[in-house]
Design a protein around this ligand. Sequence first.
Ligand SMILES: NC(=O)c1ccc[n+]([C@@H]2O[C@H](COP(=O)([O-])OP(=O)(O)OC[C@H]3O[C@@H](n4cnc5c(N)ncnc54)[C@H](OP(=O)(O)O)[C@@H]3O)[C@@H](O)[C@H]2O)c1
Length: 183
Amino acid sequence: MAPTILITGASQGIGRATATLFARQGYELVMIARQKERLEEVAQEIQKLGYAKPLTMSCDVRDREQVDASIKTALEHYGNIDVLVNNAGIFASGTVENFSIDDWHQIIDTNLWGYIHTINALLPHFLQRGSGTIVNLSSISGKMVVPYLTAYSTSKFAVTGLTESLETELKPRVFRFVVFTQI
Ligand SMILES: NC(=O)c1ccc[n+]([C@@H]2O[C@H](COP(=O)([O-])OP(=O)(O)OC[C@H]3O[C@@H](n4cnc5c(N)ncnc54)[C@H](OP(=O)(O)O)[C@@H]3O)[C@@H](O)[C@H]2O)c1
């Protein structure tokens, strides 16, 4: 049986490239983003290359119920998920005083809570199987401070902390567990 990968933000940029790369490696794909039409375009491109048709789902990762429902659907469809790639993210720059609380929420809710929602939904499956891989896209802004990126950097430092904490906690408990990637 082919391994399965779930990628958030798979309709463009790094998520789209990751989806194509893993299709080439023989993975079954679950592709998530808010705009279903753009996901479908990428899925059709992958299919035209001769690979299995990915499962695409419109899902806002900020919404816990949407994430839970999408992961339930993916597990019913494929039976397993082997790899989770948390990639859906938004970038924002500017002077910090110009960031409203709503702006802060957009960034933290997407870049941090979006990752927590998928991890929380998939962890029971990974723990039950005794294996799983979580890839969290952070940023150089999650490792070092850059001016005018305060909200983005806050979210990415949190992703770095989340990832390193998860790895420390889960690696000894679960065979073949967390691998993480930072850009
Ligand atoms: N590009 C870089 O140079 C760079 C550098 C360092 C780190 N990163 C990180 O790498 C990741 C990808 O970056 P990128 O530049 O490839 O991004 P991008 O081209 O802007 O694509 C973002 C993807 O995320 C989806 N998305 C955004 N908000 C979402 C939400 N609330 N729910 C579900 N999907 C959502 C978008 O689709 P919809 O709009 O349809 O939802 C899209 O598919 C991000 O986490 C980013 O912080 C990027």
